[in-house]
Design a protein around this ligand. Sequence first.
Ligand SMILES: *Cc1c(COP(=O)(O)O)cnc(C)c1O
Length: 409
Amino acid sequence: MSSYPARAVVDLAALASNVRALAAHAPTAQVMAVVKADGYGHGLLPAARAALAGGATWLGAAQADEALALRAAGIGGRVLTWLYAPGAPLRQLVEADVDVSVAAPWALDAVVAAARESGRTARVHLKVDTGLGRNGMLPSVYRDVLDAALRAQAEGAIAVVGVWSHLAFADEPQHPTVVEQAQVFADAVAHAEQRGAALEVRHLANSAATLTNPTVHYDLVRLGIAVYGLSPVPRLGGPEAFGLVPVMTLEAELATVKEVPAGFCVSYAHAYTTTEPTMLGVVPLGYADGIPRHASGALPEHPGGPIQVGGRRLAVAGRVCMDQVVVDLGPGAREVAGDRVELFGTGAEGGPTAEDWARAAGTISYEIVTRVGARVPRVYIPTTPPAASALRGAGEPRSADVTGGEGRG
Ligand SMILES: *Cc1c(COP(=O)(O)O)cnc(C)c1O
């Protein structure tokens, strides 16, 4: 057990159940759980395994190394990777049975060459820029690359299994670009089919589109943030509105507690000043642990990011430092060093959420969970309770490797 006085508790049972709930939202599509960015900060391998246990049949990894790490760990299912530059380990990817995206003419050449070297057929998904304006081929380039890809397919080097794209405004379902992009995508798919491509998976929807727009589900939905139990459309509803439960709880033990007078200046640049005699607690998590410095609390009337202490919703007082933040526990507070505080979690019983932190920092919940620092230990609640035979004696907690886990709902 780590001696780190803080941890991210990752409830893999909640993750698997989120995948099941999401699959029910898209009954005609297969589910890809996107596990890029270390499983959105939750841990690549545990997140991938739990997602497969919940019924996902595909895993999505932005980076080639993440895709290879999945295979190196013996993880099955289909894996798609999509963001690479010249020099990428394409041959290794093909040999590891990873599907690869092609988002530029050079990438098709590189994948075909890698497939020929390995003597295997590479499975390729052609990525169309239907209007996001990021990675992907504009339709005219796509049509040329499609023809070249079908020639390489005829030679057996590759199989064009997918055409795909990504939306710019999925989180604003009424935005006119959603329909426009969907039409460009439909045209790209129809063109491929006219040219004789036998597409296995056409895919366009991320979490937000999956939950708000069944017309873009196609054969496969690519789910990231919702798998981790956070709402992709907070203006339309929180996780509970979609049957989701936040997977990560970030908690810490108070390192110190002390009594201070009124007018006491707190942390760097004295951005916060106590208004009355009070108790201050030091929470051993800072911006190196992913606590956004933008969620600093300046003066008592501009509270920082929320911190739940003994059933009270408090806030960061003063500047977020590299390793620590201060919380104003209030006059007469009874907390002592070692007491548990929660920065965010399921939101049960009014507790703070990653979405609350996103609002406090002027960002999105994605950034809150993906930036939880590598040095913060991840503690996993397993997808299934340990088998009775694995428990030595009665009265063991459900997960023996979780500490301080009471009251997480
Ligand atoms: C990250 C990502 C997703 C998942 O998006 P969410 O909004 O987290 O569901 C899907 N597709 C692509 C191409 C992505 O980069």
